[in-house]
Design a protein around this ligand. Structure first.
Ligand code: BJW
Length: 234
């Protein structure tokens, strides 16, 4: 394995689970209570916008009552102290990485605290509800939608992500089930490009076989341990 200089970290819902934010799959996950087809596709939004807006209004309100946990704190510490390239690619739409202090964060599935105007294509910071059809701050039209990536839509910043994967020496995946593409394919891409690959998860994921190493346990414990380790190797 080559020396570690450039790190790409992929995070999923599992890193925010200990902050009290629901994961999607598995027991108690969001998809147990809401059908994906009803709330997380553009077709669902066209068919029943009130249902979709209420689902996201509820989650946008909830994340604002939650706080980062030791896993977010540890990644923020790594971001500040790692002298090489580092990119935290999160599938999460919460803002807990940023609230922990991380700066090199990219939200490939969008963000709860942003609204996207489908009329003028402006994205605006947003904390309130959308169900009441507020006007877009830029154009005034009542055409705002959650700024999140639904099934069938293109995730954000793919070129930047693949650029980072191409130069990564280490790819680390934290708390994601490996069920959703293209994120689920990053481990294979990174490995084929020569990076070392490490998975930190509560249990084995659909992608576990692709990783050089998998460590099992809660992110709040595993991530601070791994960050100490990687900073000591610097
Ligand atoms: C812990 C823990 C603790 C718990 N500590 N760990 C057939 C084959 C291949 C692909 C497709 C296909 N048919 C369709 C597709 C494409 C489709 C797809 O992947 N479908 C699959 C279901 C098969 N993908 C898309 O449509 C994407 N777009 C796309 O592909 O565009 C074309 C394209 C082509 C080429 C290049 C690029 C693009 C868009 C996907 C959009 C996903 N959107 C959502 C909703 C976002 C908004 C919202 O939040 O509502 O994103 S779905 C949902 O899943 C959300 C998540 O980001 C995503 C991933 O979930 P995640 O984070 O992995 O959570 P969970 O719940 O699944 O797992 C939690 C994990 O945590 C578990 O492993 C636990 O063990 C662990 N855990 N507690 C550590 N304490």
């Amino acid at each position: 394995m080559r020396p570690i200089r450039n790190i790409v970290i992929l995070t999923g819902a599992g890193i925010s689970a200990e902050s009290g934010i629901d994961t999607f799959r598995g027991g108690g996950g969001l998809w147990e209570r809401h059908r994906v087809e009803d709330v997380a596709t553009p077709e669902a939004f066209a068919r029943d916008p009130d249902l979709v807006l209420r689902f996201y209004d509820m989650r946008r309100a909830a994340i604002q009552t939650r706080a980062p946990n030791p896993a977010h704190d540890a990644l923020a510490r790594l971001d500040h102290q790692w002298s090489g390239d580092l990119l935290i690619v999160t599938q999460n739409v919460d803002d807990l990485h940023e609230r922990a202090g991380a700066r090199r964060v990219l939200h490939m599935h969008g963000q709860h605290l942003s609204a996207w105007c489908t009329a003028c294509d402006t994205r605006s910071p947003w904390r309130e509800t959308l169900i009441d059809r507020p006007p877009c701050p830029a154009c005034g039209k009542r055409t705002l939608r959650p700024d999140v990536v639904w099934f069938g839509e293109m995730p954000y910043e793919m070129e930047r992500i693949y650029g980072a994967l191409r130069s990564a020496d280490l790819f680390v995946s934290i708390g994601t089930s490996g069920a959703v593409y293209p994120a689920a394919g990053f481990v294979r891409d990174a490995r084929q490009l020569g990076a070392a690959t490490l998975e930190l998860n509560l249990e084995r994921s659909q992608g576990s076989a692709w990783f050089h190493e998998t460590r099992l346990g809660p992110a709040g414990e595993l991530v601070p341990e791994w960050v100490d380790e990687v900073l000591a190797s610097q």
